[in-house]
Design a protein around this ligand. Structure first.
Ligand SMILES: [Zn+2]
Length: 834
């Protein structure tokens, strides 16, 4: 030991040197070209400041890059603690992961260190979180305040200064580029009127605060990796809300999801009381227990809750419209300085309460995970995905489970007479389980999250919520699946499906491809772009001993005589999309039509235009944009709605109207009608479909609004407000009937679980064909208002109308909603390649 002493002394001496120099660290005001609060800080400056701090404060801070955005901006977290903790960060991190059971080994709760994570401005045009992060980081890096020195002795603080750099920069650049030299607090001033689409969302206009669980976006995917490396104990998500709502912090409002533990609820209250002390002292207004509920699992507060943390949302008055200063509805001027100061205050208060309760927090965190592994909540204990499902769909589910570190495997041995909830029939029944079925047990570290994501319908304590109320993954993926009340563990590992690559001695006459998942559409898109001619069977047929359903893709050598490398192109695309190919050596059908028959329709490569503009819902546009670029891998051209009658529409054969609130002019309607009749292919969904409802030529007729209760007018106002929810449908699942003989439904089973995102109900069409519709009785999950529910009986979910040479396809809801509804993506791809 003695030999080590001089070395130890040397290390201590040098460890203390940077601490001394940290007193001289530049503040953001000294570092930036502007003073904090006087201007918005573009992301590269925000980043530069954190890099500057990290380079000059090695004993109190670490900076870790965890990814890049779509627009190549870096994603980083900054980690702060006392120097003695910074020296053993890896040890602290690993110990914490052992407490969860996600890492091997026994964790200890001795010398507890609280891990507090502050997420800034996931909505980019709610920038005061990111702005405050620099002042906060300066305090945590310099450690000159005795209170902070004390707190950081048993606390690790992780700051993500900007969860959404692309949106943040869209806002901050715009504001800087249009704002006056002097602040213009008049709400009508240009700096308060952010243009479409605004900086709230990411590059693809996804709301990243709805994407934690589905992780479709690059930012969420990369954040989940680093988040789960740390698994914080407290996670606060810093936002801004409407101008006249002063400040919101925990405790949250009802409905709270049932699996949020009493401890998590209780501790939210303690945090709220601590914040309230500071706000009371300063005379700042605030509210708690209202508006912001904890139900939908894909938020920055609920997801951490289902990961054992205390998850919270903080909302400062402001938002995009607030600019640098604005006169609010009460005639008071709200400045960016104040917004930053309030967020700084709750951030510090969060760290304080984390530090003061480190031992209790760590103990409860450990209990959360041990309960999850030994006595998980909820009535279902295992979820079984049957082996009859398409393996590519199961693959994509497993990819999502991997992102959340959810364990799964094959059952390994068959079972019969098992009582289970059958997702397809919606009933509890006796079932058999095959050895190759996939099972996800809730007895595991991520057991709570498994239960939350898989149980058919979460219990809703209050129907006043502002997001979807059902999301169960087996429905989202359209899977044949069971939920079991008895424990069932995987006995064998699961190997992802890999389509077999065929080696052939001779070129086949044709290649046939079954259609069962999105993978086949991805494959189709890829080969169409290579110039391969593809047909789709309009009826079932058989070749040799193989049966092929209607919708099967057929690539005939005879159609592609000019392509000498046809087999290589087809095989390479099939391998990339993981699609099995079926070589056929004769065009003579065993049953049904021969391959040369016109029962095999030639597919026209879509030339797709996607409408954007002020009337278009930015999220809905973004879901579609992202779907084409990242899911389908097929080109799409955004065209301005305002210019639609000027655009050379004949350059396109497919025109998409995403959700929105449209008021199409007669000229626009006529332009679209003529273009469709000339062979155009219109796809309109949600508000986009509504734009054509009740318009001549378009066969989509709104059903009359359901009648209100006639006694309502006599009831007190308070009850009337409550009654409005009877007309609402915040987002629920309905099981629709599918007409599989219709091209829109090719590849789907005879049911479709639609995520209903609107309450709108249409009449069953006359000229159009409702390929997917709700019957007189239908299964549903989640909250549907009592007047909406019966009104949806016998209404279309998806319909196609032949108009002249073209088609109009209507989807009542958004099948690409947040791009997590896997069955919706299959359906939408069918519409594109109709
Ligand atoms: Zn927000």
């Amino acid at each position: 030991m003695n030999a080590l002493r001089p070395l130890l002394f040397f290390i201590l001496l040098h460890a203390s040197l940077p601490l001394f120099s940290q007193n001289t660290l530049k503040s953001p005001d000294e570092f930036l070209p502007h003073k904090i609060g006087e201007q918005f800080t573009p992301h590269h400056w925000l980043n530069a400041y954190f890099e500057y701090l990290a380079a000059n404060a090695p004993s109190t801070m670490r900076l870790e890059k965890y990814g890049v955005t779509n627009e190549a901006r870096p994603l980083q977290i900054a980690i702060f603690s006392a120097p003695e903790n910074i020296g053993k960060l890896e040890q602290i991190r690993q110990n914490n992961l052992r407490l969860t059971g996600l890492a091997e080994g026994q964790g200890t709760t001795a010398n507890p260190v609280a891990i507090v994570w502050l997420s800034m401005s996931v909505h980019g045009n709610e920038p005061s979180g990111s702005e405050c992060s620099m002042q906060l980081a300066h305090k945590l890096a310099t450690q000159t305040d005795p209170k902070i020195i004390e707190w950081l002795k048993n606390t690790v603080v992780i700051i993500d200064p900007s969860l959404n750099p692309d949106g943040y920069d869209r806002y901050s650049h715009w504001n800087r580029s249009v704002s006056n030299l002097l602040k213009t607090p008049n709400p009508e001033s240009r700096e308060h009127k952010e243009p479409w689409p605004g900086g709230r969302s990411n590059h693809y206009y996804f709301d990243l605060n709805r994407d934690w669980a589905w992780a479709t976006q690059a930012e969420s995917q990369q954040r989940l990796v680093i988040y789960q490396r740390w698994m914080p104990h407290i996670h606060a998500d810093l936002h801004e809300q409407y101008l006249d709502n002063p400040y919101y912090f925990a405790p949250a409002a009802e409905p709270m999801h049932d699996y949020i533990t009493p401890w998590q609820r209780d501790f939210q209250g303690q945090i709220g009381e601590n914040h309230a002390r500071y706000f009371d002292n300063n005379g700042w207004l605030y509210f708690t227990k209202e508006t912001f509920d904890l139900f939908y699992p894909s938020y920055g507060d609920t997801y951490p809750m289902f990961s054992g943390a205390i998850g919270m949302t903080y909302e400062q008055a402001g938002n995009s419209s607030a600019g640098r200063a604005i006169i609010n509805g009460f005639g008071d001027t709200l400045t960016l300085h104040e917004r930053i100061l309030h967020h700084l205050t709750t951030s510090l208060s969060t760290i304080e309460i984390g530090s003061r309760n480190a031992a209790t927090i760590v103990e409860n965190f450990q209990n959360y995970y041990s309960r999850s592994a030994s006595a998980p909540p909820g009535q279902y204990k295992a979820f079984v995905i049957r082996d009859v499902n398409d393996p590519n769909i199961v693959n994509s589910l497993c990819q999502l489970l991997d992102r959340h570190k959810i364990r799964y495997g094959r059952v390994g041995a068959g079972l019969s007479g098992v009582r289970a909830f059958d997702y397809v029939s919606g009933k509890e029944t006796s079932v058999s389980i095959n050895p190759n079925d996939l099972v996800i047990s809730t007895f595991q570290p991520r057991g709570v999250l498994v239960e939350v994501l898989f149980e058919p319908e979460p219990h809703l304590s209050d129907s006043l919520t502002y997001d979807i109320t059902a999301w169960s993954l087996p429905f989202a993926y359209g899977l044949n699946a069971y939920a079991l009340k008895d424990r069932l563990e995987a006995k064998k590992s699961y190997e992802p499906y890999k389509a077999e690559r065929i080696k052939l001695a001779a070129s086949p006459y044709a290649w046939c491809i079954h259609r069962r998942s999105l993978a086949e559409s991805v494959f189709l898109g890829a080969i169409l772009q290579k110039g391969v001619k593809v047909r789709a069977a309009t009826k079932p047929f058989a070749m040799a001993d193989q049966q092929f359903a209607a919708g099967t893709f057929v690539i005939n050598r005879g159609d592609n005589r000019n392509m000498s490398d046809l087999d290589q192109v087809v095989q390479a695309a099939a391998e990339a999309a993981n699609v099995p190919l079926h070589p056929i050596f004769s065009g003579y059908a065993g049953s049904g039509h021969d391959l040369g028959s016109d029962a095999f329709a030639m597919i026209t490569p879509p030339e797709v235009a996607l409408v954007y503009g002020d009337d278009v819902d930015d999220n809905s546009f973004g879901h579609t944009w992202f779907f084409f670029e990242h899911e389908l891998g097929y080109p799409v051209t955004p065209v301005s709605l305002d210019r639609l009658h000027k655009v050379k529409l004949s350059d396109f054969n497919t025109l998409i109207f995403p959700g929105g609130s449209y008021s199409l002019t007669d000229v626009q309607l006529k332009t679209i009608e003529d273009w469709v009749k000339n062979g155009g292919h219109l796809i309109a969904f949600e508000g986009g479909a509504k734009a054509f409802a009740d318009k001549e030529a378009f066969d989509l007729k709104a059903k009359p609004e359901p009648k209100k209760d006639s006694t309502l007018a006599l009831r007190p106002y308070r009850m009337r407000e409550r009654d409005n929810i009877s007309d609402q449908l915040p987002g629920a699942i309905v099981k629709a009937k599918v007409d599989n003989s219709h091209p829109l439904a090719f590849g789907l089973p005879d049911y479709y679980f639609s995520l209903k995102t609107v309450a709108t109900a249409y009449q069953m069409p006359e000229k159009a064909v409702a390929a997917i519709y709700l019957e007189d009785t239908y299964q549903s999950y989640g909250f549907i208002g009592s007047r909406v529910k019966p009104n949806l009986k016998k209404t279309p979910i998806a319909a196609a109308q032949r108009m002249g040479e073209g088609q109009a396809i209507y989807f009542v809801d958004n099948p690409l909603f947040r791009c997590f509804w896997a069955q919706g993506k299959i359906l939408f791809a069918n519409a594109v390649f109709y």
